[in-house]
Structures are given as C-alpha cells and as structure tokens.
Write a protein that binds this ligand. Sequence first.
Ligand SMILES: [Zn+2]
Length: 169
Amino acid sequence: MAGLDKRFRELSRTVPIPHPWDLPTYLNAVAAHRGRTITLLPVDTPILSGTGCGTGSGLWIAKHDSDVIAYGADTTEWHAEHIIVHELGHMLLGHGAEPSHPPTQNYAVITDLLPSISPESIAHVLGRSDYESTRERDAETFADLVMLQAMRPQRRESLLHKTFFRDRR
Ligand SMILES: [Zn+2]
C-alpha cells in the first residue's frame, strides 16, 4: 500500500489529474503518455459479468495498436467513471499481459458479446481471470485515489471564495 501511494504520486505528476475533473481530458493524457489511443465502449453490465474485472463491470481489451475499455454504463456517472479509471489504473500500473502470455479463451466470448471488435484486432484481453487479487486491489485503490483527488474541493472553494470577496468589494 505504501508502494502504491508512492507510485500514485509519481503517476499523478507524469499524467496529471485534471482540475476541474474531466474524464476525456484524463483519458487523452493517459493515451498520450502510453502512445496508444483509448476508446470507450459503453455496454450493459450483464454483458461483462464473468469476463470483466474488478466488480465485473469493466474490461480492458488491448488491440494491436490501441486500447478499448468496455464498461457497464447502466450506472451513475460517478460509478461509470470509477470503473473506467480502474482500467486506466491497470494500464498505468503496468498490468498488461506478458509478451508470452498465452491467448485466452476470452476472445470468442468477447467478440460474440462485442461485435464491433474483430477477433484479429485483439492482442490480449485482461479480464477477471488474468489478475491476481493484488493487481485488482491496486487498480481499485488507484481509481479511489484518482476520484478522490478529482473531487477535491479546494480549488473550487478558493475560486468561490475569491468571487465572493470580489463581489463584496
Ligand atoms: Zn481490474
């Protein structure tokens, strides 16, 4: 946990968390940092049950030259963003498959469920079975930390404060 704290601080310097929070801006920053575009694919949560990681509502599909994050979109905006940031956590924390990682049986399931993705385009899929619980916990903690930082009220408060006093003068 101490190790993750340190990595989180380093990562938030390399890939700054936008203030005010804006998911598309953060996605672009992560994509630029990794040199791979990231596409979001909203789906119905039940589609991912059994394949998704974390609480089962997110799935990182690594294509040969870009990444897709499928996420259960039938939830609150905050929760959906938490799911997406959890997957970004896996990316930033280097939880990708080893080059020798054998293809998983997931592919057929994935492409059946997500017809917009062709089996040939997939390099690897990181679903539930690919993760030990440490990685899952780290990605979840990473998402918690990002969302906490994102919701940190200081800046907005100080802006409010300034406006308040300016208006009073
Ligand atoms: Zn996960």
